[in-house]
Ligand binder design. Structure first.
Ligand SMILES: Cc1ncc(COP(=O)(O)O)c(C=O)c1O
Length: 405
């Protein structure tokens, strides 16, 4: 990505290490098991399942691949429909579209930026197979309502929990509500291993086939457990199994999850309290955490009053060497989304949020001084007048090039 060549005084993201990553990676290599399914992979499975209180967990090569496995496990066929937010990462949808599904885009709630459960029932048709709640910023979707509508209509619920590891809804861990849930350990997430993910399998009837799909359509996992004396091709599948080297990296992060979460909590709370009055004064919306939700402090965003003020603020921060980024472009307005019938005005809340949302620098090692600089720079932002904004919009350093992460 282009912005990796630019050196920011305060970048948007820095992958955080906790200490044991290299040590465990060396252990995986010297033990002679660097490929998938080794000791660190098994330790990650067990620890994740225990922490979440979920069904079995399988590490995957990415969050995208966990979602692809979900679509395979649900036997999604051409002509099936899925209901998914337009305001999400492309993989939530593409994982199902590559099986032939048609995405039906649902708009957001303006407060949590999650799918608006009040619109869900009206989008269900006889072809709908699944609904995909994405817990944006790790703040839970209204799972009670979503699960009730899904159950009334015989739909599978697959949680895209890429942001929400360790988030909770009504005291229950995110990732444990759907029959399946996808996690991501991409380097921008709270817990990382470079590229990686996990599939949480809460419907245990899907577990055996999940192992097969992840092992190239073979019963190799059962062979390694001594349950069959040779392994063979039994179903469709692919290689969704990450190297034990990556599992070793992830295990170090999992062991230090409390330290990671405490740091992120401090950063989130500090942004929230420092920007509260400024937000009220300038009509800037800060994140809303409903009382039933415990969030995992994945990101801090602000919602500016207009696209122009958002772009001008990106530009202003950039002039101080601070990288802030916007987030998802509405999927229903993308070329692919339009080919499925998406049109402007189709998801008005998503369209506004996509124009106005700005994510602030957020990483485990963001120091108090650096954060104070970001806050001070925001508070000194003065380009609220139309003429100043127009000037910023004409500026060659406008933030679009550095925008989406
Ligand atoms: C909501 C959401 N879903 C899925 C993914 C895909 O995860 P990965 O990058 O691990 O494939 C991401 C990645 O950023 C995401 O934000």
């Amino acid at each position: 990505m282009e912005n990796q060549t630019v050196s920011w005084r305060i970048p948007f993201n820095k992958p955080g290490l906790t200490g044991n990553e290299l040590h465990y990676i060396a252990e995986a290599i010297t033990r002679g098991q660097s490929s998938g399914g080794g000791g660190f992979t098994r330790k990650c499975h067990a620890l994740l399942q225990q922490i979440l209180g979920s069904g079995p967990v399988l590490l995957t090569t990415s969050g995208t691949h966990a979602l692809e496995m979900a679509a395979l496990l649900l036997r999604i066929q051409p002509g099936d429909e899925i209901i998914d937010p337009s305001f999400t990462f492309v993989s939530t949808v593409n994982a199902f579209v590559i099986r032939g599904a048609r995405p039906v885009f649902i708009d957001n709630r303006p407060d949590t930026l999650n799918l608006d459960e009040a619109q869900l029932a009206s989008l269900v048709t006889p072809r709908t197979r699944a609904v995909l709640p994405v817990h944006y910023a790790g703040v839970a979707c209204e799972m009670d309502r979503i699960l009730a509508i899904a159950s009334q209509n015989g739909l599978a619920v697959v949680e895209d929990n890429a942001h929400g590891l360790f988030g909770r809804y009504k005291e229950k861990a995110l990732g444990t509500f759907g029959c399946l849930a996808a996690q991501s350990f991409h380097e921008t997430k709270n817990l990382i291993c470079g590229e990686g993910g996990a599939l949480v399998i809460n419907d245990e009837a899907l577990f055996e086939r999940a192992e097969i799909i992840r092992e190239k359509g073979t019963d190799r996992s059962r062979f390694f457990r001594g349950m069959v004396d040779k392994y063979t091709w039994v179903d469709i599948g692919s290689n969704y199994l990450p190297a034990d080297i990556l599992a070793a990296f992830l295990y170090a992060q999992l062991e230090n999850r409390q330290q990671i979460m405490a740091r992120r909590r401090r950063i989130w709370e500090s942004y929230n309290s420092s920007l509260h009055d400024w937000g009220l004064k300038h009509n800037v919306q800060l994140p809303h955490i409903p009382p039933d939700c415990e969030q995992p402090f994945h990101m801090f965003y602000i919602i500016m009053p207009t696209l122009e003020t958002r772009q001008a603020l990106i530009d202003h921060l950039k002039s101080r060497g601070i990288l802030s980024v916007f987030h998802y472009l509405p999927l229903h307005l993308s070329p692919m989304g339009r080919s499925f019938g998406g049109r402007r005005g189709g998801c008005p809340v998503t369209e506004r949020i996509s124009d106005c949302l700005l994510r602030l620098p957020f990483y485990n090692d963001l120091s108090e001084n650096e954060q104070a600089e970001v806050v001070a720079a925001i508070q000194q932002f003065d380009r609220w007048t139309p003429s100043n904004i127009a000037k910023a919009a004409r500026s060659p350093v406008t933030g679009t090039r550095y925008g989406c992460w």
